[in-house]
Ligand binder design. Sequence first.
Ligand code: FES
Length: 124
Amino acid sequence: MSWRRICAADSVALNSLKKFEVDGIPVVVANYGDGFRVFPPICPHMEEPLEESGLIEGKVLTCTKHLWQWNLATCQMEGTETEKLMHFYDVKQEGDDLLAFIKSEHIYEFDEEDEMDDDDFFNS
Ligand code: FES
């Protein structure tokens, strides 16, 4: 049984992200209008906390650190950055509750070459 209750659906406002911890596993819930998405709370680019840097507009999630974007309706990445995809947990609503199918915490692997700082990013 890996469906886990995350929160009440009405606790995440439209076009917003909210971080939760479920059985010790951190997740972010995004309400994009047509539904909800649940995913690890860090950007798969450079570990930015998405509950702080994430912005939802028109069903698109933007990490404001370097502007990577994901379409929350399709779970696909927008634009040309295709190397690292966001991990989305399956999600469903039962009554007032949001549940996500989480067997175990999804941990992204980050390459050392990705460890550039902001100066490197904006000068490259
Ligand atoms: S850390 Fe999110 S786009 Fe770079």
